[in-house]
Design a protein around this ligand. Sequence first.
Ligand code: SF4
Length: 289
Amino acid sequence: MRIEIDNGSGFCNGVVSAICKAESELDTTGTLYCLGDIVHNSDEVERLRKRGLVTITHDELSSLKGVKVLLRAHGEPPSTYKKAEENGIEIIDATCPVVLHLQKRIKEAYASRRPDQQIVIYGKRGHAEVNGLVGQTDGTAIVIEDRDGLAQLDYSRDIILYSQTTKSINGLQDMIEEIKRRKSADTEFRYYDTICRQVANRVPRLKEFAAAHDMILFVSGKKSSNGKILYGECKDVNSRTHLISNPEEINPEWLDGISSVGICGATSTPRWLMEDVKDYITRLCAKNG
Ligand code: SF4
């Protein structure tokens, strides 16, 4: 059996930097609070929990005072910074620079908007990054997840469209074409491709990798947005692609008649977890002779 881990899979720069910041603080103090899961991968969250990282909710943030809290790569709305200041909380800001830049652009667009303009974000409603983006507009930005969401827009008014950093390029293109088709001729439509290339640029290589193996194990937490997208891209070229969170989810029957397995993952998938999957398959093959 040939088993290969995709070298292009795994943590993106934003996640690497957030985890480095957390680990360096934990090395010194042994305890650190993190607002929400530091990464959409429960195995990595558990590894860091054992090192002293305590995941808290926004409600819990309100009741804490004088502690250090890490903000993860997804970013936060201005209300979080305000709450931290009120409670004497020291922020360790691990917001990814790509997200920070997008927040700044949306904030500026909102500050200089005309009354007839609608700020629209193509993204997943309730996702931490999207909440941070909507927060730049005092909660007024309209979030669209898909074509159904386009019904919320007023096509007789101007539209400015941005994208959550981890959405698919094809999905955004579809939204752009659909808005162009629906809008009144005399309205202005400005759109910006704000998708992070750390995800999008992986797609062509990942497809090649998926096509080169009999079966693909895509390792990703269930909450990862880019995990869903990248898994879908693999599945498109290799129907024997399975989405798993960890080795325990592997069904040994998947290996029947297979001579090569490719292991890949999302920007939130730790390398050590893909190595665990490889070891598991190796042991399974040895057991089955
Ligand atoms: S996917 Fe891109 S924007 Fe999101 S955390 Fe990673 S590097 Fe930053």
